[in-house]
Design a protein around this ligand. Structure first.
Ligand SMILES: [Fe+2]
Ligand SMILES: [Fe+2]
Length: 134
């Protein structure tokens, strides 16, 4: 079984958002396998891909929120900003040749991913669907 597995019930039903979540989950799974092998360069490369996919994804959601005058924009963006800050600090550690990606860090990331998906992204998805089909 994969470390992170996006089930049907985890979908927002906004195609672009769901596809990007899938891509992020793929990178997190790769990080998990690579961290187990403790291969520094491999883990760093996957992490860089994950960081840029996350930045792109947050941009997608934030653009959709702004374009549609979404009320929950600020609190949702705040959660994104918090994660980016955390990922940037991990990136700085990598830059200093320190690999802080371990089982605990990945399990926190997984918890955040599903928590955010459930509480923020699905709410946004429902709002966008409602707006389009109203
Ligand atoms: Fe989000
Ligand atoms: Fe998301």
């Amino acid at each position: 079984m994969a470390f992170i597995d996006i089930k049907k019930t985890d979908l927002t039903h906004i195609q672009k958002i769901d596809a990007e979540h899938q891509q992020m989950a793929l990178f997190i799974n790769q990080l998990y396998s690579s961290a187990k092998k403790s291969d520094f360069h491999d883990t760093y490369n996957i992490f860089k891909n994950f960081l840029s996919a996350t930045n792109e994804h947050f941009f997608t959601e934030e653009t959709l929120m702004k374009e549609n005058n979404y009320q929950g924009y600020f609190s949702h963006k705040l959660e994104h900003d918090r994660v980016i800050k955390k990922l940037k600090s991990i990136d700085e550690q990598f830059y200093a040749n320190i690999n802080v990606i371990n089982a605990e860090e990945l399990s926190n990331l997984k918890k955040w991913f599903f928590n955010h998906l459930e509480l923020s992204d699905k709410k946004l998805g429902a709002f966008l669907i409602e707006k389009v089909f109203r």
